[in-house]
Design a protein around this ligand. Structure first.
Ligand SMILES: [Zn+2]
Ligand SMILES: [Zn+2]
Length: 279
């Protein structure tokens, strides 16, 4: 398990697993008809791609943040699985917590960057009780509305998120929200309407937990490309570019849910192109 210090705050990557997908992080041809040089990205980021076709090896990271004597879990992975979209992966978050000697009852807050099934599925025990029994679960109001207004409500949402409200353990937020001193969440819509990111800061150091705003290091360098899984791809690009500009201006580290472990690194401007530098 890899921990990173941000001033007085500790951020630990808790890997939920990885999968070798048959596709790419981006449609194979770019909007201008050129092919992405996936071999180049594979060379730069050997763990984020696989095979001779340089296809996408997706990782699923959750993050544990220890700040102001509080424990905050950011995203809860694919759960017990099997999760079909990730080659029937079974989530490893529960084991990662155990090997880090964190009991589920120690968690004070569960922050969901957004309501997708690979980010929320360890929320509950199989009997329907909250897995993190002492935690308040935090989600943006727009993601609640996005999925509860669908007919039918997607099964994963009915199973892993809706019960939290009935159990009285969920806080729906909007705008900026401070979870605890040094840990603020803010709106980064596009991937979903209520997608949020977290800014962790202490003693002039900072780190942004970006969820699915950046799903592969490729998007740091080619932020103008639309991610096909974004609900609103144009807004997704805007949000991505704003967040990257913020990371450069503040010299913030970035932590992504889907980069190879530990999912954390910095952003540097090299030859007029941004590049992700893994930790
Ligand atoms: Zn997502
Ligand atoms: Zn995701």
């Amino acid at each position: 398990m890899i921990s990173i210090r941000v001033g007085d705050i500790r951020v630990t990557c808790l890997p939920d697993g990885s999968a070798e997908l048959d596709g790419y992080p981006y449609q194979e041809k770019t909007d201008d008809g050129e092919r992405v040089d996936w071999g180049l990205y594979h060379e730069l980021f050997p763990n984020d791609f696989h095979g001779e076709l340089h296809q996408w090896r997706i990782h699923n990271n959750c993050f544990l943040v220890e700040a102001s004597n509080k424990l905050i879990l950011m995203d809860t992975g694919v759960g017990e699985g099997p999760y079909p979209r990730y080659k029937n992966m079974r989530g490893g978050l529960q084991d990662a917590l155990q090997s880090f000697e964190i009991a589920n009852d120690d968690i004070d807050f569960v922050f969901m960057t957004h309501a997708h099934p690979d980010h929320v599925a360890w929320n509950l025990n199989s009997d329907g009780s909250p897995r993190f029994a002492n935690a308040e679960y935090i989600l943006h109001k727009n993601d609640w509305e996005e999925f509860t207004n669908r007919d039918p409500v997607p099964p994963f949402f009915g199973r892993f998120i809706e019960p939290l409200r009935e159990l009285g353990v969920m806080r729906l937020v909007e705008g900026d929200y401070e979870i605890t001193s040094g840990v603020e969440i803010f709106e980064t819509p596009g991937h979903t309407p209520g997608h949020m990111s977290a800014r962790i800061h202490s003693k002039k150091e900072s780190l942004l937990v970006v969820g699915d705003v950046l799903v592969n290091p490729f998007y740091v360098s080619e932020s103008g490309r639309a991610f096909q899984s974004d609900k609103d791809p144009v807004l997704g690009i805007q949000t991505r570019q704003t967040l990257l500009a913020q990371a450069v201006a503040d010299q913030s580290l970035l932590a992504s849910a889907h980069f190879s472990e530990p999912g954390v690194g910095s952003v540097e401007n090299q030859e007029d192109k941004l590049k992700f530098i893994p930790r």
